[in-house]
Structure formats: C-alpha cells, structure tokens
Write a protein that binds this ligand. Structure first.
Ligand SMILES: [Zn+2]
Length: 85
C-alpha cells in the first residue's frame, strides 16, 4: 500500500559554496580555544594565518608546536571553550 508521504524526496542544494565563510555562525566548525596566560582567543573559522594556521582549522588539528601569537604559550596552555549552542 502506498501512503502519500512515502516518497521521501530530498531536495539537496545544487550549489554549495565551499569558500563562503560564514562569520555569523560562530564556532560552527569547532570549539574556540582560549589562551590561559593571556586570554587570546583562537577561532577555528579564522585560524591563525600569521602562525601558519589556515582559516577553518579546528583547534585539535593545530600542530603541537604552534604557539600563541600574543604571548607565545604552547598549545597545551590553551583550553577549549564549548559553545553553548
Ligand atoms: Zn597567549
């Protein structure tokens, strides 16, 4: 038997902008990380271009030898901020 709702049509967006940054959705791609010593905020959507971290890099993918651009603290001195939805 057929129900009118059985046709599960999904309309996927035909064009998905890969390069479009979405600054409005904060922490959409990962947790922000805060430098404990100086309070510098690492935003995954911005990365740290000066430190060689491309925008869109989650903090967990930041190399261990990366250092805080402000105070030089190591990655282990950062703590992640869980976005409160
Ligand atoms: Zn710092």
């Amino acid at each position: 038997m057929r129900s009118p709702f059985s046709s599960n049509k999904r309309t996927a967006p035909s064009v998905f902008p890969e390069n479009a940054a979405t600054p409005t959705s904060k922490a959409a791609m990962g947790e922000m990380a805060c430098c404990a010593p100086c309070g510098y905020l690492y935003d995954p959507s911005f990365g740290d271009p000066d430190g060689g971290i491309a925008p869109g890099t989650p903090f967990e993918d930041v190399p261990k030898d990366w250092a805080c651009p402000k105070c030089g603290a190591r990655k282990q001195d950062f703590f992640t901020l869980t976005p409160d939805r």
